[in-house]
Write a protein that binds this ligand. Structure first.
Ligand SMILES: [Zn+2]
Length: 425
């Protein structure tokens, strides 16, 4: 049987903006202990089924595949587990599969108890270019009837795969592991006004890389981070387009880079990303709960970096953004009644975004409960006065739209911030 592959941009999962049902956002964040806990790393190797000449593998960074059983000649059940519990439903999977001869196989994806299938399967033959699995090759069992959240997800799914001598990669989202992120950082730092450096190490010793863009002698600073949560690839892709727009050759970007120093940490949790973790770092902790206690090296490195910079330059952070992914596009902002270093920057910005994208009505959830700081947004705002938000992109937001939104968003932000900084007394 021939597999039909459709382009990701044609994925028929509906984009929900503009429709009546809206994602109501996550419940308020509560402070939790961020003392390190054990994590379970996966056994790495090949899962061989010699009678059928089929081999599965998790021998690459970003994989998550914990066990397989063969059900019959052409059916396999895969088990995917999280690094520890409790954990939210971010059931991340990625594996490679190949065989001597072309063959059609069925693969059931299953997860530990109480976890469901979340990410629509993508296929690749090089680990770089991905296409969504044809919906005819995809079957769900036990789908919940909710519109969003775990209650909307199926218990398990069956993928029909065409395997053969060419290695087939299967993953929940595009595989943006630390090697890929580094390659992007290296390529953008070819520009003379972009520098890549290291601000610290992760718990497993991976570099925490920083991009410094624009006028790094400026006292006007902005902070951009992404990928505290490993499977949140759409947030990462959005961040990439956002940063690329700030580094473009346009008039507004050139002016912006004269006035502002832009600091970017594209990969906050390299250990989690490369180990295929669902949410935590190697300390077993959700990094986005550690911005009050700073028990983990990844969050501590950013805190020390930002505070060191303020001390050195005597400058200010005016804006802070943290890119994530969730069930649908949503913006978690700070209550606009609370003033930071550039009051109403974010509400003005989101208004402009709404005007610029036809038919777009941003889903905005302001919050004024910021202490203890716990999450990055609160830390940026409370400790630095940076106008801050969490920019969440839907898991299934079409890639073309998420890029468009990030590009327009970056351009509008630069206009507004330049107006504000130039009109300062
Ligand atoms: Zn997240």
């Amino acid at each position: 049987m021939k597999i039909i592959i459709v382009l990701l941009s044609l994925l028929t999962i509906p984009n929900l903006y503009g429709q009546e049902q809206r994602f109501q956002g996550q419940p308020p964040v509560s402070a939790v202990s961020t003392d390190s806990k054990p994590v379970q790393k996966q056994w790495k190797g090949q899962f061989r089924f010699p009678d059928q000449d089929i081999i599965f593998s998790n021998e690459f960074d970003g994989a998550r595949l914990n066990g397989i059983v063969q059900n019959n000649d052409s059916t396999y059940t895969v088990l995917v587990t999280s690094e520890n519990t409790p954990i939210n439903t971010s059931s991340w999977y990625a594996f490679k599969v190949w065989g001597k001869r072309p063959k059609t196989i069925d693969v059931w994806l299953t997860y530990q108890s109480n976890n469901k299938h979340r990410y629509y399967p993508k296929l690749s033959y090089d680990g770089v270019n991905w296409t969504a699995l044809d919906s005819l090759q995809y079957e769900e069992i036990g789908r919940g009837d909710k519109e969003f959240g775990p209650g909307s997800l199926p218990e398990k799914v069956k993928l029909r795969l065409e395997v053969g001598p060419d290695t087939l990669w299967v993953a929940g989202q595009e595989l943006e592991n630390s090697t890929r992120v580094n390659a992007w950082m290296d390529s953008i730092s070819q520009k003379k006004f972009v520098t890549k450096s290291i601000i610290g190490k992760s718990r497993e010793g991976r570099n925490l890389n920083l991009l410094s863009i624009g006028n790094t002698a400026s006292k006007n600073m902005i902070m951009i981070i992404s990928r505290q949560h490993p499977p949140e690839v759409t947030g990462y892709l959005s961040m990439k387009s956002f940063v690329e727009t700030l580094a473009e050759n346009t008039k507004v970007a050139k002016n912006f880079r004269k006035e502002f120093a832009i600091y970017v940490i594209p990969l906050m949790n390299p250990d989690g990303v490369d180990n295929g973790f669902w949410r935590h770092n190697t300390g077993g902790i959700d990094l986005n709960r550690d911005w009050a206690n700073f028990n983990q090296p990844e969050t501590t490195a950013v805190k020390e970096f930002m505070e060191g910079l303020v001390e050195k330059t005597q400058g200010k952070f005016y804006f802070g953004i943290d890119f994530h992914s969730t069930w649908d596009d949503i913006y978690y902002t700070v209550d606009p009644k609370l003033y930071g270093n550039m009051p109403n920057l974010i509400s003005t910005w989101l208004d402009r975004l709404k005007k610029r994208i036809k038919g777009y009505d941003p889903n905005i959830k302001p919050n004024g409960d910021l202490v203890p700081t716990t999450v990055s947004r609160n830390y940026f705002f409370v400790e630095h006065g940076a106008e801050a938000l969490v920019f969440e992109v839907g898991d299934n937001t079409p890639r073309k739209f998420l890029k468009e939104k990030a590009t327009i968003g970056a351009n509008e932000l630069m206009w507004i911030m330049l107006e504000r900084i130039n009109s300062k007394p």
